[in-house]
Each structure stands twice: as C-alpha cells, then as structure tokens.
Design a protein around this ligand. Structure first.
Ligand code: MTE
Length: 322
C-alpha cells in the first residue's frame, strides 16, 4: 500500500516510529486474506488526511467541567523535562480504532459520541456498579499530575493529565479477596470506529494490570489534559494512565472494568506476544525487535534522551516487582 507522506518537521523519523498496526496489517495484507474487508480498511487508512488540522477541533465543556478544570496540581509527581506542547501531543496519537497514521485520530475520533457514557465495573467485587461519567466527575477527587509517557515505538512526551487515582474507584466496588487482576475494555462500534472493521484484529481494545499494579499510587484514570476535558483523540471521556509502562497499556475510552482471578488477554499481546508483553514495564535492558529501547525521542523537539527503568518511576513501583 504505497502512501505519499510529506514529512512535518515535528514528526520523528520513520525508523523510530513505524506503527505496530501498519506493520501487522502489511503482513496480513500479504497473506492475501479477507480481501473485501481489507479493501474497506485500506480505503479508510490509505485516503485519510495525513496532516494535522491547522485549527484543532474544539473540546466541548459542560458547566460541570468548567467547575473542575483546571484542577489543583499534585506536586508529588515532578518532571525531568519540559512539557510537550499541546498542539503536538493532541495531533500525534495512537488510537487504532480511528486509523493507523498518527495524524488520523485527531480527524476521525471526532465521530465518537461521548455523552451519555457509562463505565460498568464488575466481576469479583462486592458492590458491582455502573458509573455515569458525570457522576464520576462530580464525586471523584480530581487533581492534575505531570507524567512522562514512553511509547514502545521509542517516542515520548510529557503531559499534564487531570483525573483521579484508580484505587479511588476500586474502593467504591470493594474487590473480593480472590481478585488478582483488572481487565479494561474499550467501546466496540465498528461503524464509527472503522479501524474495528479489521476483523483479523482482536477488537475491542482490551488491557490489563495486576490488582497490585492497579492499586499503586501512580495508576490514574484521566478525564482531562492540559487543564481541560480530554479531546476525543486522547481517549475521551476516560482513559487509563500508567506512566511506568509502555504507552499501549494506557487504554482509551473505557466502558468496562472487571476484577478477575486470571491474567486477562490484552490487544497487542494477543496480536504479537513476542513484541508486546502483558507486563510491558519500560525497561531499556529488554530489547525490542524493531525499536531501540535504550533511548527515546521527544515528540515536538526531537530531543533524544536515554530511556530509564520504569520510565523514571522506580521509587513508586520497584516494590511491585521484587
Ligand atoms: N487505547 C485504545 N482504545 N486504542 C488504541 O489504539 N493506543 C495505545 C494507547 N491506548 C490505543 C489506546 C498506544 S499504542 C499509545 S502509545 C497511547 O494510547 C497513546 O496515547 P495518546 O495518543 O494520548 O498519546
């Protein structure tokens, strides 16, 4: 599938950032399977805009959201590098439901309807509950945190998320003693999210953590970024943020959370287990077959930095892996 790309100066070099999906799709295409659906998907991916819009799509704010953002910053989480400018972070996204090019989600994710939005929390809990996003916004202790994000594709960014610690949600449902893991699931609406038409991929996007990881102070559910509600391309209305793990663990637009007593299957691990582990902790000593894991490139500035164990969050999480 030949595509002509006019390279933007802020784009990182292709050898650092060939997306997982492009790579995996190419193999599938070569196998010659599923021609009809492949044709549909390639129309969607091949002809989409390959440049970010000049004016970013507007984020709608409700009265409730105006009273929440910007939230007070929690100063326990410091950065060692400048924040990534918003116009870079919000136009360079991985959200394969809305395309495999980094600039696709800012266009296509705008189709996602994020109100009403419910998150069903169940499985091995004493009090299963379905939360409306509005109720979460009203009742959860909202704060801002500056976190680094390191993608397995060797690019990185540093952004201010707004949201609440995941353990606050868990407290409300009371996990049972037998629960060992948490499973997260994204919506499944292939007619608006046409990436999900690729039936050879295990949609919907799912992710998982051990319960201990989920209870860690760093584990965060974000509803906002840069002092306002999350734009759709970042995973509105609610997404996971686990900054010591590779970016693909940070599942977007969550509709379901289940407490389970087994290690749940995850999207990328199911597609290509040798490249994407379940644990996926940032670790420069574990090589990846396609991307260098000892260094990373900051999107926006192109600065190259050494990658640090647990993405620099060792003091918060090292005890989980002893
Ligand atoms: N969540 C869903 N539902 N679908 C996705 O394709 N991509 C993941 C993660 N969450 C993804 C997802 C990957 S690979 C990365 S690097 C981060 O989202 C990127 O988050 P950002 O676009 O907000 O920077």
């Amino acid at each position: 599938m030949a595509q002509i790309h006019i390279k933007k100066e802020w784009k990182i070099s292709e050898n650092l950032a060939t997306s997982e999906s492009v790579y995996l799709r190419r193999r599938e295409f070569l196998k010659g399977t599923a021609l009809t659906t492949a044709a549909t998907a390639s129309t969607f991916y091949g002809c989409g805009p390959s440049t970010p819009p000049k004016v970013l799509p507007e984020v709608e704010w409700s009265e409730l959201e105006k009273s929440i953002y910007p939230a007070t910053r929690n100063l326990s989480y410091e950065l060692d590098r400048p924040l990534t400018p918003e116009n870079i972070a919000s136009t360079y996204n991985n959200f394969y439901e809305f395309g495999s090019d980094k600039t696709d989600p800012v266009h296509y994710a705008q189709k996602l309807n994020i109100r009403p939005w419910e998150i069903k929390v169940g499985g091995l809990v004493n009090i299963p509950k379905t939360f409306d996003i509005q109720d979460l916004l009203k009742t959860m202790p909202m704060e801002e945190r500056l976190y680094r994000l390191r993608c397995v594709e060797a690019w990185a960014m540093a952004v201010p998320w707004t949201g609440f610690p995941f353990k606050e949600l868990l407290k409300q449902v009371e996990p049972k003693l037998e629960a060992t893991h948490v499973r997260f699931e994204t919506f499944y609406t292939p007619f608006t999210a046409q990436g999900q038409l690729a039936f050879w991929e295990p949609w919907p996007y799912v992710e998982g953590l051990t319960l201990k990881e989920a209870m860690n102070d760093l584990t965060f559910l974000a509803t906002g970024i840069y002092g306002h509600p999350l734009p759709k391309q970042h995973g509105a209305p609610i997404r996971l943020v686990v900054p010591w793990k590779y970016g693909f663990k940070n599942i977007k637009s969550i509709i379901k959370i289940e407490l389970v007593d087994y290690r749940p299957a995850t999207f990328w691990n199911t597609l290509q287990g040798l490249e994407y582990s379940f644990t996926a902790n940032v670790n420069p000593r574990i090589p990846h077959p396609r991307w260098p894991q000892t260094r990373e490139k900051m999107i926006g500035t192109g600065e190259i930095r050494p990658t640090i164990l647990y993405n620099g969050y060792e003091k918060f999480v090292a005890n989980l892996y002893k």
